[in-house]
Design a protein around this ligand. Structure first.
Ligand code: SAH
Length: 226
């Protein structure tokens, strides 16, 4: 089954962008997922394609109009979940990514300027998702990051499904350190235990390392676990 993503944006030309390369690009060609970037300007009421206006109550910047965005949503929506990329949204986590990857279709609204009129969020029961505590210039970048994370979880995208299981966040732990050849580089050796061929000891060492690194860097992840 194809995972269908519909993006509402004023910059449809930037899609698929980096999603067109590597694993996500191959999956796109193989129809594991599809991408439909819709230009919100096509739903403007004037010939200039105006989508924004000044904020009520004053303040800097412009706000995307509810009538234009609403027309785009109503014409394009087919019952799928709608997400608005927003710094005020729920933080995007791997658990959320996994949940979204189970859907068959998703509509994603990308804001620009100072964002969108609040009434749109209420009218269409839209979920707001943030990719982190910083402000981007537009929702397109955030949408691409979210889609990248979703698409790599779709069946058939990653060659080795086991590689997902041990990754940071999938276990609530950050990943243990990884090494490859050469065994010695600039005087630094790969930890002896990884060369022992003793799978049980290796697994134990990796678990300990993951726990230690998580304690040091992200103790909040361990608290969430309990
Ligand atoms: N004035 C807004 C920021 C607008 S940034 C505020 O202070 O909350 C312009 C657009 O970029 C937003 O509409 C949103 O779609 C997107 N955006 C910015 N930062 C984001 C983030 N951290 N996560 C997801 N989307 C973001």
């Amino acid at each position: 089954m194809t995972f269908r993503a519909k993006i509402l944006t004023i910059f449809p030309e930037i899609f698929p962008g980096f999603l067109g390369t590597s694993l996500t690009g191959r999956a796109l060609k193989e129809n594991i997922w599809s991408l439909d970037a819709v230009n919100i300007r096509d739903y403007a009421f004037d010939k200039h394609g105006s989508v924004d206006d000044t904020p009520c109550g004053g303040g800097a910047g412009m706000i995307m109009r509810p009538d234009v965005l609403g027309a785009a949503i109503e014409h394009q929506h087919n019952g799928e979940k709608i997400i608005y990329m927003s710094p005020k949204g729920k933080p995007l986590t791997q658990a959320k990514v996994r949940e979204l990857s189970k859907l068959n279709e998703l509509m994603i609204i990308c804001g620009r300027f100072e964002g969108i009129d609040e009434r749109v969020l209420e009218e269409y029961d839209i979920e707001e998702i943030s990719i982190g505590d910083y402000i981007l210039t537009g929702g397109e970048q955030a949408a691409m990051i979210m889609l990248d994370a979703i698409v790599r979880l779709l069946p058939g995208v990653l060659g080795n499904a086991a590689s997902i299981e041990n990754e940071s966040f999938e276990t609530q732990l950050l990943e243990y350190p990884q090494y490859t050849r050469p065994i010695e580089w600039k005087g630094r050796k790969v930890p002896e235990i990884l060369l022992s061929g003793h799978h049980e000891n290796v697994a134990k060492w990796q678990k300990e390392q993951a726990l230690q690194i998580t304690k040091q860097r992200r103790p909040d992840l361990l608290e969430k676990n309990t």
